[in-house]
Design a protein around this ligand. Structure first.
Ligand SMILES: Cc1cc2nc3c(=O)[nH]c(=O)nc-3n(C[C@H](O)[C@H](O)[C@H](O)COP(=O)(O)OP(=O)(O)OC[C@H]3O[C@@H](n4cnc5c(N)ncnc54)[C@H](O)[C@@H]3O)c2cc1C
Length: 413
């Protein structure tokens, strides 16, 4: 096979891929190729026509397409090479990439590969909701693309399962398009979306949110006619006798995102069962030498601003890697207490400052996040509130790390 040599191949032209490409270019690395399977760059932002993007990065509220366009304009201006309508089929450990497009198969040999493939939505099948199989059950992102990209309304009487941000955004979007959104049901005892979205998408439109509730049956033959909703107990099991039927023609599922890691697995990248993304060090390098990951393929982000920042930090490391300056081995493992779902990175070298992204397991008030090594607290930050929907980002100075012993991240209330 004929492999075209490239310094860096970036898989996925969403916000993470675009930010990584731009930052690499600014660092003098110009032999880059972005490969995108959709017909345009921009990733999931293309269908997010609501505002609220860019508040951290640009200090203004942009729509998703506006935010993406700022990066695309720069990519065009700098003439950074990209190809669209091209799907990467495999990546190998030695960084050979195979992709398919209408033109046929293409192959590249890269010195470094950046994985920025984003994530996909959990579906009804993943939840195993019993009942009939009628039309009218959509994931929130699919409903969003029908309405925002294809100008096609998906239904009139709507029930939403899951209080993730996409579901909240769709509750408002469908209301504005004339649908009757009856309620949002969330299985957990707290909302999983950002507080600002609960206020702006539900409260402002008087859409009720029922916590500790889930859909336990789906009715209808060709089209959905209704759903049965039940209360759940502490173990998230439906409580018999609490069933209530809601008539509706549309059920929207906003029940989580899963990093798109088939390619990572084909390259032998080790995944973290908690994030479902790659295990990385502070350089965002995966367990495979020269393969890096950032954005939603690494862990699901709540805000795109943090996706861009993460991809830019990744580019610093990739540029050092490409200059044949070996990245130091990352032998310090980061372990977490039960109140924390995960951290990124999972390993550090202790030779470089790093950003620690922390996802809490449940809402907590007035607590401290502490990092310990060998039983001593090396960093402590007071937090008024901690909620799972909002990622905690904590800069850590490497000089605080005294040895190769594990770092332990814990929450104390
Ligand atoms: C509905 C919704 C609402 C949101 N609202 C907000 C908000 O209000 N504010 C905010 O800050 N953030 C919001 N976000 C989050 C933000 O959009 C994401 O965090 C961000 O888009 C993730 O960027 P990414 O580049 O990692 O992934 P993506 O944007 O998903 O991009 C990944 C790209 O990789 C491509 N790809 C995947 N596999 C392949 C392959 N095999 N070959 C080639 N290309 C491939 C995909 O086509 C895609 O273009 C929202 C997200 C959603 C879904």
């Amino acid at each position: 096979m004929n492999f075209v040599n490239k310094e860096v191949v970036i898989i996925g032209g969403g916000p993470a891929g675009l930010a990584a490409a731009l930052e690499l270019y600014k660092k003098g690395i110009h032999d880059i190729l972005i490969i995108e399977r959709e017909k345009n760059l921009g990733g999931i932002l293309r269908q997010c026509i609501h505002d609220g993007f860019g508040l951290t990065r640009f200090k203004e509220s942009l729509s998703g397409p506006e935010y993406a366009q700022r990066f695309i304009d720069e990519i065009e201006k700098l003439k950074i090479p990209y190809i669209t309508n091209t799907t990467v089929l495999s990546v190998t450990k030695d960084k050979k990439i195979t992709a398919a497009s209408k033109a046929g198969f293409m192959t590249w040999q890269a010195k470094a590969v950046i994985l920025t493939m984003g994530c996909r939505e959990r579906t009804r099948g993943a939840l195993g909701i019993p009942g009939e199989r009628p039309a009218g059950v959509f994931t929130a992102g699919v409903a969003q693309s029908y309405i925002n990209l294809y100008n096609t309304m998906v239904g009139k009487n709507v029930v939403i399962l899951g209080s993730g941000d996409i579901g909240l955004i769709m509750a408002r979007r469908m209301t504005l398009e004339g649908a009757n959104v009856k309620a949002v049901f969330e299985i957990l005892p707290y909302a999983s979306g950002l507080s600002r979205n609960i206020q702006q998408c539900l409260n402002d439109y008087s859409i009720p949110l029922y916590l500790s509730h889930t859909v336990t049956n789906i009715h209808g033959s060709s089209r959905l006619t209704g759903v049965t909703v039940s209360e759940v107990d502490h173990d998230l099991k439906p409580i018999p006798g609490t069933e209530k039927k809601y008539d509706c023609d549309t059920l929207i599922l906003s029940v989580g995102l899963i990093p798109e890691n088939e390619l990572s697995l084909s390259a032998g990248v080790e995944l973290d069962q908690r994030t479902k993304g790659a295990i990385v060090d502070e350089n965002y390098q995966t367990s495979v030498d020269g393969i890096f990951a950032a954005g939603n393929v690494l862990h699901v982000h709540d805000l795109v601003d943090f996706v861009s920042l993460e991809a830019e930090r990744l580019s610093d490391s990739v540029s050092i890697y490409l200059q044949n300056k070996n990245l130091p081995p990352s032998n310090v493992k980061i372990i977490t207490s039960p109140e924390i779902t995960y951290t990124i990175p999972q390993y550090v070298s202790g030779t470089k400052n790093f950003n620690l992204s922390i996802r809490a397991k449940e809402p907590l008030k007035d607590c401290k996040i502490e990092i310990l090594q060998d039983g001593s607290v090396i960093k402590s930050v007071d937090m008024k509130t901690v909620i799972p929907a909002e990622m905690i980002n904590m800069p850590v100075n490497y000089k605080l790390i005294q040895s190769e012993k594990d770092l332990e991240v814990m929450v104390k209330c």
